[in-house]
Design a protein around this ligand. Structure first.
Ligand code: DC
Length: 229
């Protein structure tokens, strides 16, 4: 039976690793909605649009973009922009990371994302990761998790992810950048970062990704048993 799992949480909390592992345990599909905001950011930067101040130009640009997850021949969801796979290094770099929160706070961008993200449910069992999946995109998802970690642990994890920070960046500098992104993500007017009322909150400071997935699987299996009565 197919199911839907919503995974939300702040930057560098470990949620991508967990969501990917979970999708593979459930034999489902992993959808990363952050990569969709990153792709819009990359495209706006490539056109010289000022993301911080020119929301209308970003929204106007969306008319030129066709963005969707499509299955590769191996059956893995891949993000496609205008018919081509989005190269990961174009969206997972310090230049995009610094500005992506500006794109994500533009209401017209979030509205545009909504149906594109919801469409992924048609794949079958889906583990969808982001900031507003449990609250806005899939409020009816039967399983919702909010993954957190302390600022220092998150900064160390981000530093360990190749290409995502500037060369020579310090823990303190990365922690400050993450804190600023959290501030913008959680104070924006539309769909701010926050746990859904019915989400299970998991702090991952002292847990490996496998241990987090074990906790999530136990909760999912318990929930499915409860539903079957
Ligand atoms: O998960 P990430 O760091 O790749 O996300 C990039 C940015 O996109 C992050 O600053 C917040 C935003 N985002 C969002 O607002 N809503 C989502 N569902 C996913 C990401």
């Amino acid at each position: 039976m197919s199911t839907t799992v919503a995974i939300d949480g702040p930057a560098a909390s470990g949620k991508s690793t967990v969501a990917r592992l979970l999708a593979s345990r459930l034999e489902g599909f992993y959808i990363n909605t952050g990569d969709m905001y990153r792709t819009v950011t990359w495209q706006a930067q490539a056109r010289g649009i000022d993301l911080e101040s020119d929301g209308p130009a970003v929204v106007a640009m969306l008319d030129d973009l066709s963005l969707a997850y499509e299955l590769s021949p191996e059956g893995v969801p891949e993000l496609h922009l205008n018919g081509s796979v989005v190269p990961p290094d174009r969206i997972r770099n310090a230049t995009v990371t610094r500005q992506v929160s500006y794109a994500a706070r533009i209401p017209g961008v979030r509205i545009w994302m909504r149906s594109r993200q919801r469409d992924s449910r048609s794949l079958g069992t889906v583990v969808m990761e982001g900031r507003d999946i449990g609250t806005v995109i899939l409020p009816d998802a039967p399983h919702k998790f909010f993954i957190t970690a302390s600022p220092e642990v998150r900064a160390r994890r981000r530093l360990g992810q190749e290409g995502e920070t500037d060369a020579g960046a310090t823990v303190a500098a990365v922690a400050a950048e993450i804190a600023e992104r959290d501030r913008i993500d959680s104070t924006r007017a539309v769909a701010p970062l926050k746990p859904a009322d019915d989400a299970l909150i998991i702090n991952t400071d002292a847990l490996t990704a496998e241990q987090v997935v074990d906790k999530i699987m136990a909760s999912i299996e318990g929930g499915e048993r409860g539903r079957r009565g």
